[in-house]
Each structure stands twice: as C-alpha cells, then as structure tokens.
Design a protein around this ligand. Structure first.
Ligand code: ADP
Ligand code: ADP
Length: 219
C-alpha cells in the first residue's frame, strides 16, 4: 500500500525546508503545490497564467484547478508508492478531494504533521526567505544562510526573494491560512492522523521530531 503524508502548517512554518530534508529518508517524492505553480508561471503555461493573479495577491488558486493539477501529479510513476505533500490540501474541499482520489491510488492519508509557529515568527521567516531559481530549495538570510550569499548550496543556482514574500502579501497569506486552511487541523484530528510538532525549534530538531513520529515505507 502507498503512503501519503501531508505537511500542514502556516506559510513559513518550515514545510518546504523539512520536506526537502526528509523526503530521501522516507523514500517519498516531495510534491509541493507552490513549486508546481511557480514552475508553470516560469514556463508561462495556461495554468501559470491563470494562477498568477491569485499568487501575486496572496490568495488561493481555485480548488478545481488545484485539485486537477495535484491529481495529475500524483498519477505519475514516481508517486507509485506514495508522496510527501507540501502545501496541498489547503481547503476542506481539497482535503475531501484528496481522500477521494487516494482511493483510486490504493492509498490514504496516513499521517499529517502539523508544524506550528506563532505569527510574529512567520513574518520574520518569510520576509527573510531566499528561494533557489532551479529547484525551489529554501534558505534564510539569518536563520539558514547559504554558504555563499545569493547562491544555492545544493545546485549552485541563483537565489531570489519571492514577490509574495513581501510583508504586505505575507500578512494576507497568513490570514488566508487561518480562515481557509486551519479547519483542516480538526478534519485530520478527527481522522486520527494529526501529529503536532513544535516548529519554533531548530531545523535539525524539527527534522528529528518528524522522523521519529512518521511511518516509513516497508523495505
Ligand atoms: P513553508 O514551506 O512552510 O512556507 P519554508 O520551509 O519555506 O516554509 O521556511 C520559511 C523560511 O523559514 C525559510 O527562509 C527557511 O529557511 C526558514 N526556516 C525553516 N525552518 C526554520 C526553523 N526551524 N528555524 C528558523 N528558520 C526556519
Ligand atoms: P508557502 O509555502 O510560503 O505557504 P506556497 O509556495 O505553498 O507558499 O504557495 C504559494 C502560493 O501558491 C499560495 O499563496 C497560493 O496562491 C498558491 N497555492 C499553493 N498551493 C495551493 C493550494 N493547495 N491551493 C490553492 N492555492 C495554492
């Protein structure tokens, strides 16, 4: 049976950072809805053009478009044994659609780590975030600086500051999380799959807590 893990938490909680670290240990592909949207923006696809206005405003892209995009991604061969989802689902309708589509993929949501961090910390994390152009690796100018300023440690590509990481848009995105995404905490708690992790700890400690709590694929 496939394993699906959903990383839940506000923007800036450290979902992408942790997913990049633990996806190898879990042997599950890291599927980030934000990265897929940004790839589409870069390539100026129809999906990218549709998503752009929402992303720039810090709002959610409509559910039907987002759900179809994730269904297509999860149906690819590299997700045969499951996936580590980062940034999806973000609304109750998306969570329900995920439950339904996983029936078709012979799986279910096995675990949902909630990485929690207070709002004041989130703003500082997001406004100081630097993202890699090639593969979306993330750094922080103070908390997780790259070895060479402006260059990604992993693949040598250029680091940039996301347009939607400016203070004004960050505040909007946190509000959107509280209004539209936080109801998923109760949804997954009721399913008995929620795991709470203290996201204010160091990156290394959060990784340790995640790896000790998460289910692994059989060898
Ligand atoms: P998310 O994917 O949840 O939006 P990111 O993983 O992109 O969050 O992290 C947001 C910013 O915070 C990045 O700049 C990252 O380097 C930094 N960061 C991530 N985890 C921690 C941590 N535990 N302590 C301090 N900074 C962190
Ligand atoms: P962060 O990790 O900082 O919260 P993401 O990279 O996950 O940011 O998302 C960036 C933007 O992409 C969101 O503000 C939203 O516009 C869009 N997006 C990403 N995932 C979803 C989703 N599941 N549903 C709707 N919109 C999404």
């Amino acid at each position: 049976m496939s394993i699906y893990i959903v990383l839940l938490g506000p923007p800036g909680a450290g979902k992408g950072t942790q997913a990049q670290i633990i996806s190898g240990a879990l042997r599950l592909p890291h599927i980030s809805s934000g990265d897929i949207f940004r790839e589409n923006l870069k390539n100026q696809t129809d999906l990218g053009k549709l998503a752009k206005g929402y992303i720039d405003r810090g709002e959610l892209v409509p559910d039907d478009v987002t759900i179809a995009m994730i269904r297509e991604r999860l149906s690819r061969p590299d997700c045969r044994d499951g996936a580590l989802l980062d940034g999806f689902p973000r609304t109750p309708a998306q969570a329900q659609a995920l439950d339904e589509m996983l029936v078709d993929f012979a799986g279910k949501v096995n675990a949902v780590p909630l990485i929690d961090v207070p709002e004041a910390v989130l703003v500082e994390r997001l406004t100081g975030r630097w993202t890699c152009r090639a593969n979306g690796h993330v750094f922080h100018e103070k908390f997780n600086p790259p070895a060479k300023p402006g260059i990604c440690d992993q693949d040598g590509s250029e680091l940039y500051q996301r347009e939607d990481d400016k203070a004004e848009t960050v505040t909007r995105r946190i509000r959107v999380y509280l209004e539209q995404t936080s109801p998923l905490i109760e949804y997954y708690r009721r399913q008995g799959v929620l795991l709470e992790v203290d996201g204010t700890q160091s990156i290394e400690k959060v990784t340790e807590d995640l790896l000790s709590a998460l289910p692994r694929r059989e060898a």
